[in-house]
Structures are given as structure tokens and as C-alpha cells.
Design a protein around this ligand. Structure first.
Ligand SMILES: Cc1cc2nc3c(=O)[nH]c(=O)nc-3n(C[C@H](O)[C@H](O)[C@H](O)COP(=O)(O)OP(=O)(O)OC[C@H]3O[C@@H](n4cnc5c(N)ncnc54)[C@H](O)[C@@H]3O)c2cc1C
Length: 458
């Protein structure tokens, strides 16, 4: 059997693993247009300085599929692996209501002036809705959030946060926007009260534990998180690629597909040496996400009317003084903050000498790259996350694709595009990655989706 995989991000790499396990004697060729494997997980490596930054926060979490988890975990040397206990690794916070919260990344509303009204309203939701409305990614944010959290919290707290983060009126946003900064619960009780009520699933759906470090173990999801000491997500990409190469998978980098005949399962591509390769295969995995697939199939995007993605920049910094905080990452939910999320590498690595920060900034187009690092560092200083505003190394990386705006119309267009792409694909061509299924976006769901599809269809 011969297989071709297009795209060398995590979707393509896992596709190669699953195919190789299922058909150990097959020929598998993975074609990547960039000059390295990994897609977004390749991160940014500054060769001259010998320092590495992820493209945003990229902690791994076990998927629950042992074949995949064992494979990813064993792809890097044990000395490089950080395998957090179930109660560690995802320590996350938020800047909300002017303060850096390290107790929870869910908004802690206990100090808001209208707290009493919010508390009554949220308690009413818990008592009157059975079950609590789930988050439906494609539904309008306001409708879905009102039925889950009630009108008061939705309009007074959630809508302003999300509208500021994604720079669109809340009415335009889809519920998916709740999942991006993880706004699925609220801290609004004290710990004792929370413990007394925690047996009630309805209550836990809305009321978050007031201190994440005190969440009882039996209520945790049980999946462990993991990371790598020196090269973050890039290390896993390196290890996975080396492992698959040793099993005969062929990796073609900097390779451009020049023709693509879906019905005949025939791909022609141009290697960096200028050679034209023809691949006649029995199955193809498009591990490019729906946008990459549409490009390959030459589908005009105009009819799908997508909104412009948001400008997405990542500030990579080595700060003068390492932050003391144990937060691995935190979100900028306060409208005064101009960042979306901060990754604190020291909290991952446990190494006090690790002074790397990656700061994701969405929009804020008026702030020029030349002043962006200092501008955001001042905000981090003001909230007490760092004690010194200086940095030794700083660079601003712009994500070429931007950040997909989580609007209702974009989510609907994505589904339409995905349906349209799927209509063109014969049975032996699979699509994986962002948008390959309704609302599909997060890493673990993408990994499981491509694995299920290959096992079922090939
Ligand atoms: C800004 C941003 C933030 C995110 N934050 C999170 C998060 O916090 N948590 C989370 O779980 N997920 C997050 N995600 C989603 C997560 O990154 C994806 O689920 C996952 O990384 C997708 O992996 P992939 O392999 O499908 O895509 P990618 O990593 O994008 O890889 C696709 C690869 O295909 C290659 N390719 C495309 N077209 C072709 C072609 N024609 N020929 C050859 N190669 C091609 C590309 O060069 C690329 O290497 C985020 C995504 C983005 C964009």
C-alpha cells in the first residue's frame, strides 16, 4: 500500500504514525511545504542565540488514546520530559478586574460591585436549569451564554470581556469564543461553600473551584499534562519525526505540490532539489485543515465570505528578572490589558534561570512592533507579575494566517467550506486539522479525529 500525507503539523505526524502502525509494510510519504516539520508546533528557534519559544501556549495533555499518548511521550528522552501530576501542569490564571488572579483562570467575580446580584442570578441558573446548557460552538454567544449563565453575567461580565478580546461586538461572536480563553465557569463562592456543593454536577458546571490547587483529585479529569525542558513542542516534533523516519516514513520538506489528481489518487510535487516526483497512492490524508485543503483544490474563498482574521503577534522575550509566579500561562481578560495570553516557561520547566516569556497579542494594530514589548511589559509590571520591566532579548513574530475571528458568520462559513471540500473528496482522501469537522479546532480533538478517520476508512 502507498499513502501520501499532505502537511507536517501534528495532524500529519499522527496520521503517519497511525498508518504506519496499521500498515507497517506500506510506503508513506509526508509532504510539507515549509522548510521544517511541525506546523504551528515547530515554534520559533533563534539559532544565533540558541533559544526557543513556542508559538503561544503549547502544553500537551494526554488524549486518552494510549497508542498516541505513549508514542508522543516516548518521542523525547526521559531527561527532557516534564510529566506533570494530574493536579499540576495546567496552573493557569487571568487578569480580571484589574488584578492578576492566580487562584483560577475563570473570572473571579467576588469583588465586583454587583456581586450579590450576580451570585443570586447564577445560583438561580444552577437551581432552575437541568441540565445546564452546554456550550454550542456555532450558536450566537449571547443566546447560548444567556441560557447557560443567565442574562446578568452574560451581559455585564462575559460580553465586555469577549468583545474586547476579539475586537468585535459580542452580538457578532459565536459561543466558540468562550472556549478560546476557557470562560466556561465562574469563581463566585468561597472554598467551604464550594466543597459543600461540589457533589452537585449542575453546581460544578457553573461554579468553579475558588482555588485550582485545592480541586479534589476525584474531581479532576485524570489526564496528565506534559512538556519538554529545552525545546518545548518542537522537541516532540523532532522526536516523532525521527521515530517515524526510522520506520521508513519518507519526509519531504520545502516541497511544493504541482498537481493533484484526486480521482486518480496521483500527486506530483517539486522537491527543493528541483526534482519532480510523482506519487501514485492508495490513500491520501490532507492534514492541512480545511483552509489548506481549499487552497489545494483551488476553491475560491470569495463565495464563503470569511471575516478578516485578527492580527496575531507573539512577543518572545527574555526578561531581566524571572517571574516568581507558578502560573504556566494566563489570559488578559481585563480590557486594560493589551495581551491575549502570556506563557511563563519557568513555571513549566521549574528552572529558576528560565526567564522566557511568550506574549500573544491579538489586534491592537495601532501599537507598532518597535514599542510592543515595552508596552506590554509595563502592563505585566503594573499587575505585579514581573518585578523589573527590562528585557535582554525581544522579538515580535507575526502569525501569517492571523487569528481566526470567532464570529457567528465565520463559524458558519467554516462549516459551509468544510461541507464543500468534503463533497469534492473521494472516499480514499481524508481531511484532518482545523475545520475538518464542525467546530473542530483544539489540538487533542484534532489528533483523535484524524486517528478515528484513518482507522475507520483506510
Ligand atoms: C493562533 C492559534 C492559537 C491556538 N491555540 C490553541 C490552544 O490554546 N489550544 C489548543 O489545543 N489548540 C490551539 N490552536 C489549535 C492548534 O494549533 C491546532 O489544533 C493544531 O496545532 C493544528 O495542527 P495541524 O497539524 O492541523 O495544523 P498546522 O500546525 O497548521 O500544520 C499544518 C501544516 O500543513 C502544511 N501545509 C499546508 N498546506 C500545505 C500544502 N499545500 N502542501 C504541503 N504542506 C502544506 C503547513 O505548512 C503546516 O506545516 C491554536 C491555533 C492557532 C492558529
Amino acid at each position: 500500500m502507498n499513502f501520501a500525507i499532505v502537511g507536517g503539523g501534528i495532524t500529519g505526524l499522527i496520521a503517519a504514525k497511525i498508518l504506519n502502525d496499521k500498515y507497517p509494510n506500506s510506503n508513506i510519504t509526508l509532504i510539507e511545504k515549509a522548510n521544517e516539520m511541525g506546523g504551528i508546533l515547530a515554534g520559533t528557534y533563534y539559532k544565533k542565540q540558541g533559544i526557543y519559544f513556542d508559538k503561544g501556549t503549547h502544553i500537551f495533555r494526554e488524549t486518552g488514546y494510549p497508542q498516541i499518548d505513549d508514542f508522543i511521550l516516548s518521542s523525547i528522552p526521559k531527561t527532557e520530559l516534564i510529566h506533570f501530576d494530574v493536579h499540576q501542569g495546567d496552573i493557569a490564571g487571568a487578569v480580571f478586574d484589574g488584578k492578576l488572579q492566580s487562584n483560577s483562570h475563570f473570572p473571579d467575580i467576588r469583588k465586583l460591585t454587583n456581586y450579590d446580584d450576580l451570585y443570586i442570578s447564577l445560583s438561580n441558573q444552577v437551581n432552575s436549569c437541568n441540565p445546564i446548557s452546554p456550550i454550542e460552538r456555532l450558536e450566537p454567544l449571547i443566546t447560548n451564554a444567556c441560557s447557560r449563565f443567565g442574562e446578568l453575567y452574560t451581559k455585564k461580565v462575559l460580553a465586555p470581556i469577549l468583545s474586547n478580546l476579539f475586537q468585535r461586538p459580542a452580538e457578532d461572536l459565536a459561543s466558540f469564543s468562550l472556549l478560546l480563553p476557557g470562560l466556561t465557569r465562574i469563581v463566585c463562592s468561597n472554598y467551604l461553600e464550594w466543597l459543600q456543593n461540589a457533589h452537585n454536577i449542575q453546581y460544578r458546571e457553573i461554579f468553579a473551584v475558588p482555588d485550582q490547587r485545592k480541586l479534589p483529585n476525584q474531581l479532576r479529569h485524570g489526564k496528565r499534562s506534559f512538556y519538554s525542558h529545552s525545546l518545548g513542542s518542537r522537541n516532540f516534533v523532532k522526536g516523532i519525526t525521527a521515530n517515524l523516519e526510522s520506520k521508513g516514513v519518507q519526509f519531504l520538506q520545502s516541497t511544493t505540490i504541482t498537481s493533484f489528481n484526486l480521482d486518480k489518487l496521483l500527486i506530483t510535487c517539486l522537491t527543493p532539489k528541483g526534482e519532480s516526483l510523482e506519487l501514485q497512492v492508495d490513500g491520501i490524508v490532507l492534514a492541512t485543515g480545511v483552509f489548506g485543503a481549499a487552497q489545494l483544490l483551488d476553491i475560491s474563498m470569495e463565495i464563503f465570505s470569511f471575516d478578516q482574521p485578527i492580527l496575531s503577534r507573539i512577543i518572545n522575550l527574555i526578561v531581566k528578572k524571572s517571574p516568581e509566579s507558578d502560573l504556566c500561562y494566563f489570559y488578559g481578560l481585563d480590557p486594560k490589558m493589551d495581551f491575549y495570553r502570556v506563557t511563563n516557561y519557568r513555571a513549566f520547566s521549574g528552572n529558576p534561570k528560565d526567564r522566557r516569556l511568550s506574549i500573544e497579542v491579538l489586534g491592537n494594530n495601532a501599537i507598532d512592533n518597535s514599542i510592543l514589548p515595552q508596552h506590554v511589559l509595563k502592563q505585566l509590571f503594573d499587575i505585579g507579575f514581573i518585578s523589573h520591566e527590562g528585557f535582554e532579548f525581544g522579538d515580535v513574530v507575526r502569525l501569517k494566517t492571523g487569528f481566526p475571528t470567532p464570529t457567528i458568520s465565520n463559524m458558519q462559513s467554516l462549516v459551509k467550506l468544510s461541507d464543500y471540500v468534503h463533497e469534492q473528496l473521494p472516499n480514499k482522501v481524508l481531511l484532518g486539522g482545523i475545520g475538518a469537522k464542525k467546530g473542530l479546532f483544539f489540538q487533542n480533538e484534532i489528533i483523535k479525529d484524524i486517528s478515528d478517520k484513518i482507522l475507520e476508512r483506510f
